[in-house]
Design a protein around this ligand. Structure first.
Ligand SMILES: Cc1cc2nc3c(=O)[nH]c(=O)nc-3n(C[C@H](O)[C@H](O)[C@H](O)COP(=O)(O)OP(=O)(O)OC[C@H]3O[C@@H](n4cnc5c(N)ncnc54)[C@H](O)[C@@H]3O)c2cc1C
Length: 409
């Protein structure tokens, strides 16, 4: 049933995974859901929600067992994120954001650095932030200007990073920079772990924003910050590869947040429409409204299949995971934006009031279309993939024209 993912055929979980999911559902029902409006009122880091997620073991699901985590499959994580996002984007983004900001350390840190930092991140006693975007470079990473110059024993970093989630509370920053004398473009990108107390690192006041309250953003300045070689993540030039794996995980996470939010919004709108009376019957008994609900339900279920199948591909290490993550992210986040707008419409004036959750869902939905690759960036990737795949396929059996009829000559 589109309103719920119970026993979904594309999300077969084992008994232990189902237990974990049931614990999350109880947490959402008893704590995260009822607290969601309050957590979103101010754009201050939602410590209460974060601690609840850490204590219940949800944060640890992103981390390897050897480093204090429980190493959940992507499929289970997607189900957890979806359930949480039905009520609270803040809580869901604390789960995905922890993964985004710590994955490069897990994947690229030396054994010693990982042992020092990852168990603290998995338990929620420390926070990290992922600093890639700059004032002049978001989608176009070739324009990144933060520079790492080799220095005896390490590197010196100079640059500015913008839009950095959790920068105001982070204990450490994953910073992606170009090597000063390395190859240009993405080949020279290298990642570093910079402690918050490193000399020369500065964090701006929190930058006000439309939604995603509870997970503030700020600017990070690196003013000739020394980083020892031990804090380089991966080899020189591997920054892009580390960022790619991190971003694929994050894209599936965004798609799951959007999926949960729009399922929650549809539930709210349908329940409201079942009670509110207009012209002698409930809003939801009018055929025009039922068609709206039907369109949303059908499209949400299609998005759910995309999200779950991309998670399964990730777990199977399918070489096509990245493009499927793009498809799931673009489809689910764009659809979510449309669904929450329609759900707000179904609530009439109440859809516009702070007292009802839909206006919050609406403000939060925009972010999923922007973060971790905008919808336009994913369209470019998918479009290029379609062209490349089609050119490698045999000619369609109904296309028996001579080549000149294609206008190719
Ligand atoms: C709330 C929030 C939290 C964030 N958290 C983080 C974080 O923790 N760490 C981090 O590093 N970054 C973070 N970001 C940054 C985010 O990833 C970028 O904003 C995003 O990648 C878009 O980059 P940009 O803002 O520079 O937009 P631009 O790249 O300047 O894009 C502007 C417009 O052009 C379009 N566009 C770009 N390229 C093309 C193209 N080739 N073809 C067609 N259209 C195109 C875009 O889709 C967009 O509509 C965050 C952003 C927000 C809003």
């Amino acid at each position: 049933m589109p309103l719920s993912a119970e026993h979904h055929p594309l999300a077969p979980l084992d008994a232990a995974e189902n237990d974990m999911l049931a614990r999350v559902q109880a947490l959402v029902r008893d704590t995260i859901g009822p607290r969601a409006n309050a957590a979103n009122r101010n754009d201050e880091f939602a410590w209460d929600t974060f601690r609840t997620l850490a204590e219940s073991g949800v944060i640890a699901t992103a981390f390897p067992a050897a480093l204090g985590g429980t190493e959940a499959s992507m499929l289970l994580r997607v189900r957890i994120i979806e359930e949480i996002a039905r009520t609270c984007s803040t809580a869901a983004s604390l789960v995905t954001g922890t993964d985004l900001s710590s994955r490069p350390i897990v994947a690229g840190g030396s054994a010693e650095l990982r042992a020092q930092t990852v168990p603290l991140l998995a338990s929620g006693s420390k926070q990290s932030a992922f600093a890639l975007t700059e004032p002049g470079a978001g989608s176009d990473l070739a324009r990144l200007r933060t520079v790492a110059s080799r220095h005896p024993g390490g590197y010196r970093l100079i640059g500015v990073k913008k839009f950095i989630t959790r920068a105001n509370v982070a204990d450490m920053f994953v910073v992606v920079a170009s090597l000063a004398d390395g190859p240009g473009g993405s080949k020279g990108l290298t990642a570093f772990l910079v402690p918050r107390d490193a000399e020369g690192l500065g964090v701006s006041p929190v930058i006000p924003k439309l939604g995603w309250h509870g997970v503030p953003i700020a600017e990070v300045r690196l003013d000739d910050v020394f980083v020892p070689v031990s804090h380089r993540l991966g080899e020189e030039g591997q920054g892009m590869a580390l960022a790619q794996d991190t971003l694929v995980r994050a894209r599936i996470g965004h798609a799951a947040i959007a999926l949960g939010r729009m399922s929650g919004a549809l539930q709210i709108a349908a329940q409201y429409a079942g009670h509110r009376q207009v012209s002698g019957k409930a809003v939801g008994e009018h055929q025009g409204i039922q068609w709206m609900l039907a369109d949303m339900a059908a499209r949400i279920e299609a998005a759910r299949c995309l999200v779950y199948s991309s998670a399964q591909r990730y777990d199977r290490k399918d070489p096509e995971t990245s493009i499927h993550a793009s498809i799931a992210k673009m489809h689910s986040t764009d659809l979510c934006m449309r669904v929450v707008v329609d759900c707000a419409q179904l609530l009439g004036g109440n859809g516009y009031l702070n007292a009802y959750p839909i206006e919050r869902f609406l403000r939060d939905a925009k972010m999923n279309q922007i973060g971790e690759g905008t919808s336009e960036v994913h369209k470019n990737l998918i479009g290029r993939h379609v062209m490349k795949t089609a050119s490698a396929m045999p000619q369609h059996p109904c296309l028996d024209f001579e080549p000149d009829l294609f206008g190719a000559q």
